[in-house]
Structure formats: structure tokens, C-alpha cells
Design a binder for this molecule. Structure first.
Ligand SMILES: C[S@@+](CC[C@H](N)C(=O)[O-])C[C@H]1O[C@@H](n2cnc3c(N)ncnc32)[C@H](O)[C@@H]1O
Length: 550
């Protein structure tokens, strides 16, 4: 009760001060075309431009060309710096990739180079009930909901009070008035604008970031203009920028915002981090981001030589070359020329046929669209065994496999068991034709694992996780958190299925910890919880030994 009364009082104070505010600036030419759109249309415009790590569906636009991104010479005098970064990191302008971060000295694998709190961050819509909107941590207890807007959830009174003070007292009245979920991008932009209002000087860190405003297609700018309309309904007029500045912000937001990842490496929210976002992309990166709540931690996953560029991956590199290029261009406006893209343009395990020889894991080039004859003859890239197939048969089987995967995707929430049957069928048909690392088969296995866990079919979940672990070793760079997480899942499942096999469980946990310690900071809750588990297993082992020797 007490909390409720306090909130109401504060909201009242907040909205009464709003009435004295000046109105926002007029919209620019693109935005003004959209003034006739309803707020609902604008709310619908929570477009998929926010970087999502895994499982993102690429759009159909096939154009990929390079936009050389030179650093504006006139801005050289105010060269940005990396705040709070390890002294071995240097930010330098490049000819065609804007600024880039380079190693100033040798950096070995498994080092923390930077920890950064976001300029603005929010939990995404699907995860609002599962993660605290203030500390971004999950809790074993149900979270409490803001009793006014009924949209944000918190793990404690302290978190709720902190969030209220920093952000929510400003956004809550608008959320309450709207009375329906406010999309992720709009909530995040609102928080960025609140941070700007609280510390206007620090906003130059955002204004310095890449925006690509000059190459953003008009169609996309129209969507951004819709977002501006929606934002104006939420952000108090006194802190709402004019339409041009809002457009600049949205362009920067699109190019620089990161997915915030939970402990299973799935996206739980989004945030703008003005230092870590300076790292350019590589599909075969030498650095990764891990998150502790909403604090981003940059880690090296392999040794980096002096002057070598430090890169993270913006996308899930499970996707084959054309999909990655399309995604990177449509969101970030560049053509990736990393070592993976250069080496796998022709034969990519993520989009290859399988070798017909038993036990050979060599990929066979997938026929391209120019193939004219129905007889497709290729050789395995590893054992050179000739492969002869009918093109029509390849296309027919491929289409079937992708259709079944789509069907299973639509069934997952409604009927897990039926989705599982379809996915297993997809694997049966696909396994004879496609390379095991083919992205369709990997996606199908990921979904089988998730459904099996939901259905508590531990044997299936365990065997599928082991398969995924093996496949990830070829798909992702060495020491990638994706592989490390899978190793931890194997350890957890093993000790669940075989509670008495303490020795073997311990071995699994040791292997997982070894991998996790590269991508995660030693102080992170992830590492601490695995160490705790190991301690418990060691105590159990000691007890068992003691029992045996008595
Ligand atoms: C998050 S920002 C990275 C930092 C940026 N280079 C800067 O100057 O602030 C993303 C932008 O950097 C550029 N970029 C990132 N990775 C790149 C790459 N591998 N090749 C070319 N440009 C890249 C693209 O212009 C992209 O839109």
C-alpha cells in the first residue's frame, strides 16, 4: 500500500511539471509525411533493427555492396577515446571501417579488457517477466510488477526504487496512459534520452558514434519517423530532441546497439554501450562480450598480436555466407571481408551437401543458381569422392526440410510433442543430403534440444546437446561462449540423469569451467556458480571415498 501511494504521488508531481513544458520541434521532411499515422501504427514500428544474436531471421533483400565508412577529417581534433578500457586497446581511424580498436601489445586469451555500464538499456518484451528491469538479473522468486504501468518487473524494492529514480518515474506515466506493451526499441530510446537529459555533456559520446544516416534507405527512414512519433508520445517534451536529432539518434541506435545476453547466451534485452560498440565486426572474432546483469564485459578468446584489430561478432555466425552478408549490410551497411567470409564463399559447411562416403565429414559444394544441367557432379572437398545427384532431387529435399523446420517452428508453443516429431523428420530427411553443420540441421537440433528439455526428455536433450557441442566446434571460433555454454549444459544434464556418477559429473564440470573461463570474467556469476557446483561435487566425492574406506 505504502509503495502504491508513493508512486501515485510521484507520478502526479511528474505529470504536473510536464504541463509547463514547451512543445517539441517540428518534424523534418520525412517525418512530416507520417504525421497522419496513428499511434498504434507507430507502436507497431518496433522494427527488427535491433541486433539480435542468435536465431535472427534475415530479410529477403539481397543487395550487398560496400559502404566505405571514412572518419570525418574535420572531426579529427575531437578523436574519441575508449573510457575505462585496458591500456593495451587503442582506438584509431581506418580508411574504410570508421574507427577500429587495435591491440597496442600482445594480449593473451581469456583477459577482461573492458567493463561498461550501458548508456541506456532495457529488457526485451518477451523477457520482461523473467528479468529485473533494473539489475537485469533473473530470480528464483517471482518478480514484482510496477503497480502503475504494469509493464516492468523488479527483483526487489531496492531495484524498483533505483529504477524509479533513474528512469521509470519519467516513463511510467506515459506507459500507464498507453496501457499496452511499449516496444523494446521505443523503451530503450526513451532511456537514452533520459540519460541525455540527466547528463547532457556525456551525450557527445553518443553523437560521436557511426550513424550511416546518408545511406539509410528512404523506406527505412520512414519507419524511423514512425518511431519518432511513438517516442513523442512517451518522452516528455522538454527532453525530446527535434526530429532531425531524433533521426540521427535512431540511425546511431540501429548501428551501435547491442543485444544483452543472459547466462544461456540468448538475448534478454538491448543496450547502447558507447565504448564496446567501437569494436568492428568479424564472423571469426578474437573477442566476445559477456554480460553480468546489464554490465558488458569484453573478453579475448584467443591471443592477439600487437597492431592486430580486435573484433566481436554482431551476428550469429551459424548462418551461411550470403545470409551473414545480407544481415550485415542491411543493418550495418558494410560488406564483411573477414577470414571466414573470404575462405568460405565457395564451400561453406553451413550451406553444404554431405559427402556420400561413410564417416567422411568433408563438405560438398551446394549447387548454385547458375547450374543448368539436372545432373549435379561434384567432389568432396576432403576425400575427393565424386558425388552425383539430381539437381531436382536436391531442391525437392531441401525445400521439404526447410518447410518442415518452419512448420515445427509454428508448432513449438502450441504442441511441443508434435513439433518434436516434425523436427526429427526434418533431421531424417536432411541428414542424408546436407552437411551436419548445415544451418537448417543445426537449427532443427537446437529446437529438438529445447523441446526435449521442456518435455523433460533428458536422454534426448542430453544426446542432442552432445551433438550440438561437436558441431559448434566447427561452426564457432575456438573458445566461443556458444561452445562453452553447451559444455556446461552437458555437465548439468549428466549430473541430473546420473546423480550417482559424481566422478564423471565432476569431469564434465571441469571441462565446462575450462572453456567458460576464457569467455567469462573470473568474478562473473557464471564462473562463481560453476565453481560452487564443483565444490559440491568434490565434497560429495570426498564423502563417497570416506564411506568406501570405512
Ligand atoms: C558498432 S559500429 C563499430 C565502430 C565503428 N567503426 C565506429 O567508427 O564507431 C558498426 C559500424 O562499423 C563499421 N564496421 C564494423 N565492422 C566492419 C567490418 N568488418 N568491415 C567494414 N566496416 C565495419 C560499419 O560501418 C558498421 O556500421
Amino acid at each position: 500500500m505504502h509503495k502504491k501511494r508513493n508512486y501515485r504521488q510521484r507520478v502526479k508531481e511528474d505529470s504536473s511539471s510536464d504541463e509547463e513544458l514547451s512543445s517539441a520541434q517540428p518534424l523534418d521532411s520525412t517525418a512530416s509525411k507520417l504525421t497522419t499515422l496513428s499511434f498504434d501504427d507507430a507502436l507497431e514500428s518496433d522494427i527488427a533493427f535491433i541486433p539480435r544474436a542468435p536465431m535472427a531471421k534475415p530479410s529477403q533483400n539481397k543487395s550487398t555492396h560496400t559502404t566505405n565508412f571514412e572518419v570525418n577529417e574535420s572531426k579529427q581534433e575531437d578523436l574519441p577515446e575508449l573510457e575505462g578500457a585496458d591500456s593495451r586497446m587503442t582506438l584509431k581511424p581506418t580508411e574504410n571501417r570508421g574507427y577500429a580498436v587495435f591491440a597496442g601489445a600482445t594480449v593473451t586469451a581469456g583477459q577482461t579488457l573492458l567493463k561498461e555500464a550501458p548508456y541506456g538499456a532495457v529488457i526485451d518484451e518477451e523477457n520482461l517477466t523473467k528479468y529485473c528491469s533494473s539489475c537485469f538479473k533473473s530470480s528464483s522468486q517471482p518478480l514484482s510488477r510496477c503497480s502503475l504501468c504494469k509493464q516492468l518487473y523488479y527483483c526487489s524494492k531496492q531495484c524498483q526504487a533505483n529504477d524509479w529514480k533513474q528512469y521509470h518515474s519519467i516513463e511510467c506515466p506515459a506507459f500507464t496512459k498507453i496501457g499496452k506493451p511499449v516496444p523494446t526499441a521505443i523503451r530503450c530510446l526513451t532511456r537514452i534520452l533520459i540519460s541525455r537529459a540527466n547528463a547532457p555533456v556525456s551525450y557527445n559520446r553518443v553523437e560521436n558514434l557511426a550513424s550511416h544516416k546518408d545511406v539509410v534507405p528512404e523506406k527505412v527512414k520512414m519507419k524511423y519517423a514512425q518511431l519518432i512519433m511513438a517516442l513523442k508520445q512517451i518522452v516528455p517534451a522538454k527532453i525530446m530532441p527535434n526530429a532531425n536529432d531524433a533521426m540521427d539518434l535512431i540511425c546511431r541506435f540501429t548501428v551501435n546497439t547491442m543485444s544483452i545476453l543472459g547466462s544461456d547466451y540468448a538475448s534478454i534485452g538491448v543496450g547502447l554501450y558507447t565504448n564496446v560498440c567501437r569494436l568492428n565486426h568479424s564472423c571469426w572474432p578474437n573477442c566476445v562480450l559477456a554480460f553480468e546483469g546489464k554490465t558488458a564485459t569484453l573478453r579475448t578468446i584467443r591471443d592477439i598480436a600487437p597492431s592486430e584489430e580486435m573484433c566481436i561478432s554482431y551476428i550469429d555466425v551459424m548462418d551461411p555466407y550470403p545470409m551473414r552478408q545480407e544481415r550485415l549490410y542491411s543493418q550495418y551497411y558494410f560488406k564483411c571481408q573477414c577470414e571466414l567470409c573470404i575462405h568460405t564463399q565457395d564451400v561453406d559447411i553451413r550451406n553444404a551437401l554431405r559427402c556420400s562416403r561413410a564417416n567422411c565429414t568433408g563438405p560438398v559444394r551446394y549447387p548454385d543458381e547458375l547450374e543448368s544441367s539436372d545432373n549435379y557432379n561434384e567432389t568432396c572437398t576432403v576425400c575427393m569422392t565424386p558425388v552425383s545427384l539430381k539437381l531436382s532431387d536436391i531442391h525437392e529435399r531441401y525445400t521439404r526440410v526447410s518447410q518442415i523446420l518452419d512448420l515445427a517452428g509454428s508448432l513449438i508453443k502450441k504442441d511441443g510433442a508434435r513439433a518434436l516429431l516434425n523436427l526429427e523428420n526434418c533431421i531424417r530427411i536432411g541428414d542424408n543430403l546436407l552437411h551436419p553443420c548445415h544451418h537448417i540441421l543445426v537449427r532443427a537440433r537446437q529446437q529438438i534440444k529445447d523441446i526435449a528439455i521442456d518435455l523433460k526428455d533428458w536422454d534426448k536433450a542430453y544426446s542432442t546437446t552432445k551433438q550440438l557441442f561437436d558441431l559448434y566446434q566447427s561452426i564457432y571460433p575456438k573458445n566461443s561462449p556458444m561452445t562453452a555454454i553447451e559444455s556446461l549444459v552437458i555437465a548439468k544434464m549428466y549430473s541430473h540423469i546420473y546423480p550417482d556418477h559424481t566422478w564423471k559429473s565432476r569431469e564434465h564440470y571441469v571441462q565446462a569451467l575450462k572453456l567458460l573461463e576464457i569467455g567469462y570474467d573470473p568474478q562473473s556469476s557464471m564462473i562463481r556458480s560453476v565453481r560452487d557446483e564443483l565444490r559440491k561435487l568434490e565434497a560429495e566425492q570426498a564423502f563417497q571415498l570416506h564411506q568406501q574406506t570405512r
